[in-house]
Design a protein around this ligand. Structure first.
Ligand SMILES: Cc1cc2nc3c(=O)[nH]c(=O)nc-3n(C[C@H](O)[C@H](O)[C@H](O)COP(=O)(O)OP(=O)(O)OC[C@H]3O[C@@H](n4cnc5c(N)ncnc54)[C@H](O)[C@@H]3O)c2cc1C
Length: 408
């Protein structure tokens, strides 16, 4: 009788292969950790796009991936916010130009499926990274190591588990981390389209009574659409034929880009907010939507997730150099401390912005309009808003300052 083979052991097991999991696995392997990426094959049908801004650009530059990502996306040089609520008190239009803060662009907008394809390719070729195409069924989180039982019957063990398994994270639950969550009366219709008028690297966000309608540049004369509406209206629009949908979207965009041609692929994403009460416990560190979700306002979601990943890698690389246990409670607490303020302020900030948009109360509309007016008319304030929107000064991990990290 042959003895059962011992489960494969890794320094780090990253669970989940969305953009957050792929980026985390690539970075941690590159930092010097024996890393497993455990997840079913990445879904190729995500038509959402991500505006990678500020620190996220530096993140991928430092990892040597930026040229490829930038080539597949479109520059974002100007952001326009237009109050289209039709209310009594309307905010003045606000325009933010990257040139005002000395940058050629704020970043690049890329279709999620293109971003994950690039990351997937690099993950497949990365040294020290093992890709395991299976789901995690259960986790035994011990004091020395974590053991993950996979859907194919295998078990892998790891010193640290990085939960990048999305907003319904099974690993978060296994680690006993609770969440604070709340729903929004909104869904986002997402699709991409072509138009005859060039976008000139300008993203335009129309603020409607049910949420923002954003047109973000894609390569060529194309843009991505995120239209936040009531769930019923988002579904109604999704089910329209191409021509009436294109006309409706063009009408709502006041024809600024001419006649629209919608491309195949439409998705509706119900919106919700969630914050995990801690970023880590019992050898599990949460990153990405396993730790926080919020409505797509100001293109913050994945940018925040990349700051999670850069901060976590920094903490565990420092611990590894000091010969400490990278999955210990002390490491998870240091990671939690590095992320709490950034995650709370972004999640609550987006929530306040969303509620202010939905509110019919005149005083709320007045404050919102005043905020827009001030940001528009006071140049130093506008520059501050732009810089903090790209990467908060209080939370800039080393990688996002262009400094590489290594565990040894
Ligand atoms: C409409 C919309 C527009 C957005 N626009 C922007 C934007 O412009 N800029 C921006 O920064 N962000 C944006 N976001 C947010 C961004 O899209 C998300 O933050 C990001 O896609 C989530 O990535 P993730 O990797 O954390 O999670 P996910 O993409 O949900 O990935 C989770 C992964 O975990 C895997 N998984 C789940 N369970 C298991 C298990 N048990 N075992 C193994 N694997 C498992 C899944 O298969 C998947 O691979 C937007 C979001 C929405 C809804």
């Amino acid at each position: 009788m042959t003895a059962p083979t011992a489960p494969a052991h890794f320094d780090v097991a990253v669970v989940g292969a969305g953009p957050a999991g792929l980026a985390a696995a690539f970075l941690l392997a590159r930092t010097g950790f024996a890393t497993a990426l455990v997840a079913p094959a990445t879904r190729p049908d995500d038509v959402r796009t991500t505006a990678l801004l500020g620190g996220s650009v530096t993140f991928f530059e430092t990892l040597g991936l930026w040229k490829e990502i930038a080539a597949a996306g479109a520059d974002l040089a100007v952001m326009r916010l237009v109050d289209d609520t039709g209310r009594l008190l309307r905010a003045p239009e606000a325009t933010f130009r990257a040139a005002e803060i000395g940058l050629p662009s704020f970043g690049v907008n890329i279709v999620n499926s293109a971003l994950t394809r690039i990351l997937d390719d690099h993950v497949a070729r990365a040294r020290g990274l093992t890709r395991i195409e299976a789901a995690v069924e259960s986790a035994d989180l011990g004091s020395e190591r974590a053991a993950l039982t996979l859907s194919d019957g295998r078990t892998v063990t790891a010193t640290l588990v990085v939960a990048a398994d999305g907003k319904k994270s099974r690993l978060r639950e296994a680690a006993g981390i609770s969440t604070t969550s709340w729903a929004h009366p909104q869904s986002a219709l997402v699709l991409n389209l072509a138009h005859p008028v060039p976008h000139r690297a300008v993203s335009t966000e129309f603020h409607g009574p049910h949420g923002p309608y954003v047109l973000v540049p894609l390569p060529g004369n194309r843009s991505s659409v995120v239209l936040v509406e009531t769930p019923e209206e988002a579904e109604r629009l999704k089910d329209l034929a191409d021509e009436p949908l294109a006309l409706e979207l063009e009408r709502r965009a006041h024809s600024i880009l001419g006649r629209f041609t919608v491309e195949p692929g439409r998705q509706v994403w119900p919106l919700s907010s969630m914050i995990a009460t801690s970023h880590g416990a019992r050898r599990v560190a949460l990153v990405g939507e396993a730790a926080h979700t919020f409505p797509p306002i100001g293109a913050q979601g994945l940018n925040l997730s990349l700051r999670d990943i850069a901060s976590l890698a920094e903490v565990v690389a420092d611990d590894a150099r000091a010969k400490k246990d990278i999955g210990a409670q002390e490491a998870l607490e240091a990671y939690e401390a590095s992320r709490r303020l950034d995650v709370e302020t972004r999640t609550r900030g987006v929530d306040v912005a969303n509620r202010a948009l939905l509110s019919d109360l005149l005083p709320v509309q007045a404050v919102r309009s005043l905020g827009f007016a001030l940001a528009n008319s006071i140049a130093p304030l506008r520059r501050l808003v732009m810089r903090e929107g790209l990467t908060p000064t209080w939370s800039t991990p080393r990688l996002m300052r262009g400094l590489d990290i290594a565990a040894v």
